[in-house]
Design a protein around this ligand. Structure first.
Ligand code: COA
Length: 168
């Protein structure tokens, strides 16, 4: 049975391995052990039979917006609903914090669409989101899409109005 729980410091070596295996395939940004220790409180893991098979982080940017990052499920356990469970857990965490929007920068927008995220223009995200991007080798040829989940109806309407103005 799958168990979702907050990560703890003793999980860090396993998380480094999982995240950096995906980063070698350019699917996630790399994370160091020290970075993960500093941010362990934002990490959630999914275990099967006592072994971590997936993870995801909710990284706060302001009182209104956070990012889902380092989301991964091991290839051998993909397609069984674990990614959905992790993502829904992170969205619940965001709702408890009374956030308005949760976004992700992703190569798999179709996955996030299944979970109720909408694709949006990169320019709708706060500038400080790009802090990590300056370290990315794909900086000048970014192929990621921005997707957003609205937890607040006013935030959704505001985004719709922005789209309408951009299109006009
Ligand atoms: C993306 C990822 C986390 C999905 O995990 P998963 O456990 O396989 O996903 P689930 O089985 O929970 O799938 C949830 C839904 O998304 C769909 N889905 C999963 N991966 C998909 C993909 N690549 N493209 C389109 N839809 C996808 C499933 O069909 C399912 O739909 P349904 O519930 O409506 O039937 C996993 O494939 C992964 O680790 N990928 C590599 C790392 C990565 O790209 N992470 C995202 C970084 S932002």
């Amino acid at each position: 049975m799958a168990v979702i729980r907050k990560a703890k410091l003793s999980d860090v070596p396993r998380l480094v391995k999982i995240i950096n295996d995906f980063s070698k395939r350019r699917l996630l940004l790399p994370r160091t052990a020290s970075d993960l220790c500093e941010r362990i409180r934002e990490m959630t893991v999914v275990e099967e039979e006592g072994t971590i098979v997936g993870c995801g982080a909710l990284h706060f940017y302001s009182t209104e917006i956070a990012e889902i990052r380092s989301l991964a499920v091991l290839p051998t356990t993909q397609g069984k609903g674990l990614g959905r469970k992790l993502t829904e857990y992170l969205l619940e965490e965001a709702a408890q914090q009374e956030l308005k929007r949760v976004f992700a920068l992703t190569l798999v927008p179709e996955y996030f669409a299944r979970l109720g995220f909408a694709e949006v223009g990169m320019e709708t995200l706060p500038m400080k989101v790009w802090r990590d991007c300056i370290h990315c080798e794909k900086y000048f040829q970014c192929d990621e899409k921005a997707v957003v989940y609205f937890l607040d109806e006013d935030a959704r309407l505001e985004a719709d109005n922005h789209e309408a103005v951009v299109e006009a």
